[in-house]
Design a protein around this ligand. Structure first.
Ligand SMILES: *Cc1c(COP(=O)(O)O)cnc(C)c1O
Length: 404
């Protein structure tokens, strides 16, 4: 019998909602795309998005910017991180995270990874002691949130300021507190492959008026900070406005217009992602050779991607599984690959950072498989994907037994 093949596309997102298209067309017709190109007391799409995103996350202040990577670099600058400073971060993350640290001339210090794919809090404490670093850029990589209560306790004890990279956790929470609201600044991305899609884009939130005043100046506010409805009052800019360099990275009305209807839809989209995630999780349960990542009850997830571990598998066996699934249309990414491929790269490929060894992270990445779950997939699609992976994993273990 022919083996079933999956024909969906792992990189195909849903279309932009009609309401967003109409709002975008209205901006285009106005000709006023720049965020400060406003008439009279008009709020404008960017400020409206900031106000709505602040309300959504429960933050005092929000700032919309050009990308998630820009949001992180801006956050680091707003905390005063500069040349030669050391910044703690996850050993398992994506390139824009160490890139943001390098962009301010600082040095990333990578922290080990647990079996839950989260930052190793014991290693964090040890490296905070060893390096004297004052800032942690915490990446909630692939949506996995560490024990945020314990992490914040360790951060306080070590005098660490925490910036959260929520590129994969927009809409997620830890014990009811939205991701991005534990540290001093939360950073988000609205790039096409994240939870809202404006092509490129980013957001920052904070409750700290000084920090947000600096972020607004940095983003390129041309002394128009009074036009930020979701920013601190103008008295907070008194000295900041002279001391803060302009590193332009504003968002424009066109992108904000596209994002506002998506923000309104986000809770419903999260529910759809989680239905796909739980369906796939069921399909892969109790599969010998595969270890699933159990999600803690404190975590409210956004299941926009799925990971599992192949503990003890050889590189050759992992490569064979990825190829076999790929031949049946199931696009798996392997974080253990020696060479960086597309979005997937390892900390040792980021050679602008001082060389570091993370044996526990290496062991995890050696068996870590990753897959996107775009909302263009149905639950039936995801059941088929699960059954294909199941088949191929069982086939692989049969081959392993036969070759012994
Ligand atoms: C996508 C991403 C970002 C931000 O990326 P941009 O492409 O700059 O918007 C940050 N961190 C992680 C982990 C990401 O995947």
């Amino acid at each position: 019998m022919e083996k079933p093949v999956f024909t969906g596309k792992f990189t195909q997102q849903e279309p932009i909602p009609e309401a967003a298209i109409e709002a975008a067309v209205a901006v285009l017709r106005s000709g006023r795309l720049h965020r400060y190109n406003l008439i009279g007391a008009e709020e404008g799409e960017v400020s409206a998005l900031e106000r709505e995103f602040a309300a959504y996350t429960g933050a005092k202040y929000a700032l919309a910017v050009a990308s998630g990577g820009y949001a992180m670099g801006c956050a680091l600058r707003a905390l005063g991180v500069g040349h030669g400073d050391r910044v703690l971060s996850n050993g398992f993350t994506l390139a824009p995270v160490p890139g943001a640290i390098a962009s301010v001339g600082a040095e990333p210090v990578f922290v080990e990874t647990t079996q839950a794919l989260t930052i190793d809090i014991d290693d964090l404490a040890a490296k905070a002691d060893a390096t004297g670093a004052k800032v942690l850029l915490l990446s909630h990589m692939r949506g996995h949130i560490c024990d945020m209560d314990r992490l914040m306790e360790v951060a306080r004890a070590h005098g660490l300021q925490v910036i959260e990279d929520c590129a994969h956790t927009m809409g997620a929470a830890w014990r009811g507190v939205p991701s991005g609201r534990h540290g001093v600044i939360g950073c988000y991305s609205t790039q096409t492959y994240k939870h809202m899609n404006s092509g490129e884009g980013g957001l920052l939130v904070s409750d700290d008026a000084e920090v947000m005043a600096r972020a607004i100046m940095l983003s390129g506010s041309y002394m128009l900070f009074g036009r930020h409805g979701a920013g601190p009052s103008v008295d907070h800019f008194e000295t900041v406005k002279y001391e803060t360099p302009n590193v332009s990275g504003r968002m424009d009305h066109l992108r904000a217009a596209i994002l506002r209807p998506q923000l309104a839809d986000l809770p419903a989209q999260v529910a759809r992602w989680n239905a796909l995630y739980r369906t796939l999780e069921e399909g892969l349960r109790n599969l010998p050779g595969v270890r699933l990542i159990e999600r803690p009850p404190q975590e409210s997830i956004v299941g926009s991607s799925f990971q599992f571990l192949l503990p003890g598998w050889s590189g050759e066996a992992v490569r064979a599984l990825v190829a076999a699934c790929g031949a049946r249309g199931v696009e798996l990414k392997w974080f253990g690959a020696a060479e960086p491929v597309a979005f997937t790269s390892r900390y040792d490929s980021w050679r602008y950072a001082p060389p570091q060894r993370l044996p526990r992270t290496d062991a995890i990445l050696a068996g870590l498989i990753d897959m996107r779950l775009p909302l263009t997939f149905s639950e039936a699609d995801v059941r088929l994907i699960g059954s294909i992976i199941r088949d191929e994993v069982m086939g692989a273990s049969r081959d392993a037994v036969l070759s012994c």
